[in-house]
Design a protein around this ligand. Sequence first.
Ligand code: PLP
Length: 461
Amino acid sequence: MMKTPIYDFLTEYKNKNTARFHMPGHKGRGPDELRSISPFDITEITGADFLFNTSNEGIISESENNASKLFDSALTAYSTEGSTLAIKTMLFLAVKGKRRKILAARNVHKAFINACALIDIDVDWLFPKKSLNSICTIELSASDLENALSGYNKCDLPSAVYITTPDYLGNMLDVKSISDVCKRYDIPLLVDNAHGAYLNFLSNNIHPLNLGADMCCDSAHKTLPCLTGGAYLHISKNTKEEFKSKTNVKEAMQIFATTSPSYLILESLDLCNRILSDKEFINKLDKTCKRVKKLKAEIKSIGFDVIDNPDTEPLKLVLLTNKINGKELLYLLEKHNIYCEYADISAVVLMISPENNENDFISLLSALKEIKKLSANITACSCKSDEDVFILPTQRKMSIRDALFSKAETIPIEKALGRICSSPVSICPPCIPLVISGEVFDLSTINLLKRYSIFYVNVVQ
Ligand SMILES: Cc1ncc(COP(=O)(O)O)c(C=O)c1O
């Protein structure tokens, strides 16, 4: 069984009943509501290691090495600030000492935009070619990437390619073929795998690291039994030596990170290693994937449409709504005590993990049956439209950084035509910016924003 050095240290420390003259202020005691967890919540006292330690000694290092073994990486660094911190770190590593230019597929999470503003990275975008009726998804093949890269002069090539897969709806890109193209151009492939930590533990390992990514971030907390905020930055065994240097990775991460990482989150990442190394978890994961497949068939037989194709990750359940607006369906499900991850006009997203049990699935099915009966009386969806939902290329007048740092004002969307976007405009979730700092508002973006009920925007003064 895999060792859990952080958990062991914290348990021993808790049981020692010490006088705590260190942070945090609760001293492992009150308030009463926190007493069950506060004894484990400590700071970097003697023996507790520190997150940005560049040596290979200490309980955090040992635990990270355990995670690295599980993911078969050259190096895995913990983040207690989600993939958001891991994204900043991998972008910094990718451009350090090089051109600060990245080629990215446009369905990025806003953490990417913020990182580009902070690091002053210039982005060339790969836009969707056609509407997939969601801002979350992009179709990007290896030949699309090849076309894009072949258009650069050698000296202008970007320092990295950045993709998001799986996306918020569970669609996955062909990382293997995309990484082959990147390798031909000697450009590292960075993957936002926030939604796919568990892919490493499927019988067919489709984790991006296993398919050729150079670096990727995983939000452990999204799909693994880990506390919110727990995430990994993985560095591939097959990437450049400079990325594999623990000193470089830790130095980069500490630029953006808090100096008070949560030991509760570190402990949960540590305990997660033990769970993930256990055959029982692998079996449970396999069973859950099979159950979700069956669940999809059951949901279809009730009369709901679900995304069900081989390019989607097995643990996302996306209900495609037709008669009912997705947000209405979300509301109706909540009335049945079913809480989902996200909804927009045409889809409701449910995230499933091996911690969901049969009762959860039965409750979902019975709620959907009831809602179906009710929706027989609904004649038309109240705000579904036939317009395309996708982000089109727009004119860029300033860099992301300059636009975000400029003096700005908030104006109604009707007055935004021709103005330059200051703060990226998104709805959260899925936090995918519809307009990005430095871009000019045109008619199609204004219509898209209205569709998402965004009526005010920040523009450069
Ligand atoms: C695709 C994607 N990337 C990155 C993030 C940020 O992850 P975290 O919340 O772990 O910082 C999210 C969060 O929802 C996401 O959906």
